[in-house]
Design a protein around this ligand. Structure first.
Ligand SMILES: [Zn+2]
Length: 196
């Protein structure tokens, strides 16, 4: 059985509909299972759903004692001018920015940024940087978006994990091979090569 590989999870976005107001919410898959509030109506919701789903899933309403009215809103800080400016530059429509608080603005920024990065091809600069960091040709070829490029750059900066080293030992990597490993992506490439 083959596994899905090479796709950075950070770029996966899921769509949920708000049980209070039917607003469509776009959230990073990493938020799956978490509680939060609807961008539009502020209703409390839980993001119970399936990872990797492409359609719109219904979020669950969360009831807690503090629900009704403006109670609990006192501590909410309005979105900063900088956040609003950034959201506008990402193409957020004006109605989306009305009454936005700081927390929701930052969720929305993550969401729109990831969506945009997942849709755009990597820049020349990113590719040049990735090459300089020592990525293999195979890794370079798999980079199809800005988001994937950022994920790979991150990997190229991180040291190999203990799990990767363990796997490399099992695959019989030599001491010399392990000594030159500088980052996670390099460890992955070696694992790939030794698994063949
Ligand atoms: Zn709502």
């Amino acid at each position: 059985m083959s596994r899905a590989e090479g796709r950075p999870e950070s770029a996966q976005m899921l769509q949920f509909s708000c049980p209070h107001c039917d607003q469509i919410l776009c959230v990073p898959e990493a938020h799956l299972g978490k509680r939060g509030r609807c961008n539009k109506c502020g209703g409390r919701i839980a993001l119970i759903g399936r990872a990797g789903a492409t359609g719109i899933q219904a979020a669950s309403a969360v009831a807690d004692g503090l629900e009704a009215g403006n109670d609990g809103q006192d501590s909410v800080q309005p979105a900063t001018e900088k956040q609003l400016e950034f959201l506008r530059s990402l193409g957020a429509p004006a109605h989306m920015l009305n009454g936005l608080d700081r927390e929701r603005a930052s969720t929305l920024i993550d969401c729109m940024k990831n969506q945009r990065l997942a849709a755009e091809p990597p820049t020349e600069k990113q590719l040049a940087y990735i090459t300089r960091l020592g990525a293999s040709e195979g890794q370079l070829r798999r980079v199809r978006s800005k988001a994937e490029a950022s994920a790979l750059i991150e990997d190229l900066h991180l040291s190999p994990t203990a799990e990767q080293m363990e796997r490399l030992h099992q695959l019989g990597a030599t001491g010399a091979q392990l000594a030159v490993l500088k980052h996670k992506a390099g460890a992955n490439a070696l694992i790939e090569a030794l698994s063949k």
